[in-house]
Write a new protein. Structure first.
Length: 477
């Protein structure tokens, strides 16, 4: 039985409408429960609900991507920023006390600058995640240390916070605009809700933030983000408990973390990226599927995550400040082994988040490269694969465009997102969760584009939609 057939035969439609979430930046956006789509059988859906409609042009810097360490394989698609390197800074820059090697990080940051990924101040549009592990020599607890690459690292807090401040000071002094380019974003720590990366207390992390904040602020071109959170944004994770990410971040901010951050960070994975507890991987709009239970394998839709974290940040001292999704994808590549599903997935993931701009500042794909451990968009030939081509198309559809109204899904499970550009341009992005659905756009629209980059003139007949978004246009942009 195909996944579409499973959707149509095995589950009745359960309709859920979530309350509209007030947002600090002068508009409202509602989170949707996210029903299972054509590629993941349903457990819940919301129609009539919407997300986004911020009305501001999407900048190129919204589209970030992590690339291989050292910047050796720059993407063959257009991007606007680099996500954080896969190796977290402390354990790989300061492998032994007071001996700093910036070679790999410099190459990474210079790739951004050489490709024009700089902001209006000339700072590199790059995120550096300062911590994710403590180097063995500095760890307070060495019982859970492991080898990552060629380095022994630990999820423990440092034994002496002065070792941490010495490291952060060295980094900021290096990326000073002279020795090396300014770096725009520093993320405090990676996934600090997971014991794989952090075994300290919330207060331990707040203490690191308090020590870090004034150092970062010696560079007026840089800002400090909260530590990132992955895992569930609904319920608690089983069988190996991870906390609800929204609750965890709330507790951190209320423990003092909000005083030491210029913006918030989260990871946009909607299910376990390693595929455990998942036999039917969710699409970005889904909270769960028949093969991915909430609280077991599924973390919550990208809409649940971004609206939830936006609310947490706004209600706990970071109202209106930048919020970045610093890492996300479908995870392990065989989670979505079908290239058509991967194509639809990356497109939906970016569209639904871009619709929420400026309440979310950036979404970073993890990772470009071949072979890639996660979210592979590159082919063996070094060119974009089918999903990589789709990434490039979504970039061209959205950069410079504004979402004039919320993206909405209707009772037929058709998503529509209206975009505009200057000069009277009107576009309508549409897809259907079930697939094989006839759709007739308004007569305003004269042509449509697909994710392969093909443009087709409309002739009055209904267009058969699938779960891969298409863009109807009144004219070429």
């Amino acid at each position: 039985m195909t996944r579409i057939a499973e959707l149509r035969t095995s589950h009745s439609r359960v309709l859920v409408l979530l309350a509209v979430l007030p947002i600090a930046l002068s508009f409202r956006a509602a989170g949707t429960g996210g029903r299972s789509s054509a590629t993941a059988a349903a457990t819940s859906n919301s129609f009539g609900a919407g997300v986004g409609g911020g009305g501001q042009p999407i900048p190129a810097s919204f589209f970030a991507m992590t690339i291989p360490n050292g910047g050796a394989d720059y993407p063959a698609v257009r991007i606007g920023a680099l996500g954080h390197p896969a190796d977290f800074a402390w354990g790989f820059i300061e492998k032994s006390k007071d001996r700093f090697s910036f070679k790999g990080y410099d190459a990474y940051v210079n790739e951004a600058v050489q490709h024009g990924l700089v902001d209006s101040n000339g700072a590199a549009e790059v995120t550096i995640t300062l911590g994710g592990y403590t180097p063995l020599w500095a760890a307070a607890d060495t019982s859970r240390c492991k080898r990552v690459g060629q380095q022994d690292v630990c999820p423990s807090p440092p034994a002496d916070v002065r070792n941490w401040t010495d490291f952060v000071t060295a980094v900021v002094n290096h990326y000073n605009g002279k020795t090396a380019p300014h770096v725009k974003y520093y993320e405090l720590w990676n996934e600090f809700s997971s014991p794989n990366f952090w075994t300290g207390t919330l207060q331990d992390m707040v203490n690191l933030a308090a020590a870090t904040y004034p150092i970062i602020h010696t560079d007026p071109y840089s800002i400090l983000l909260t530590p990132s959170v992955s895992g569930p944004a609904q319920g608690a994770f089983r069988p190996r408990p991870l906390p609800n990410g929204l609750t965890w971040m709330t507790s951190y901010l209320q423990s003092g973390g909000s005083r030491y951050a210029d913006g918030g960070s989260f990871h946009g994975y909607v299910a376990r990226s390693n595929g455990r507890e998942v036999t039917l991987f969710p699409f970005p709009s889904q909270n769960s599927t028949t093969g991915c239970a909430a609280g077991a394998g599924c973390f919550g839709s990208i809409i649940t995550k971004m609206t939830g974290f936006r609310g947490v940040f706004d209600q706990n001292g970071l109202s209106g400040k930048p919020m970045l999704d610093t890492e996300g994808s479908w995870g392990k590549n065989d989670n979505l082994p079908d290239s058509d599903q991967e194509t639809a997935w990356v497109a939906q993931w970016y569209i639904l988040q871009a619709a929420y701009y400026p309440n979310i500042t950036q979404a970073a794909w993890y990772i470009w490269g071949y072979p890639a451990r996660s979210g592979e968009l590159e082919s063996a030939a070094g060119t974009p694969n089918q999903a990589g081509v789709a990434y490039g198309q979504i970039y061209s559809w959205l950069v410079g465009a504004s979402f004039s109204s919320q993206c909405r899904s209707d009772s037929n499970f058709t998503w529509t997102c209206s975009i505009t550009r200057s000069g009277g341009y009107q576009g309508l992005i549409v897809w259907n969760e079930n697939g094989n659905y006839g759709y007739s756009p308004a007569s305003t629209y004269k042509q449509y584009r697909n994710l392969a980059g093909n443009t087709t003139q409309l002739g009055g007949s209904a267009i058969i939609l699938g779960n891969q978004p298409v863009l109807f246009e009144n004219r070429s942009p």
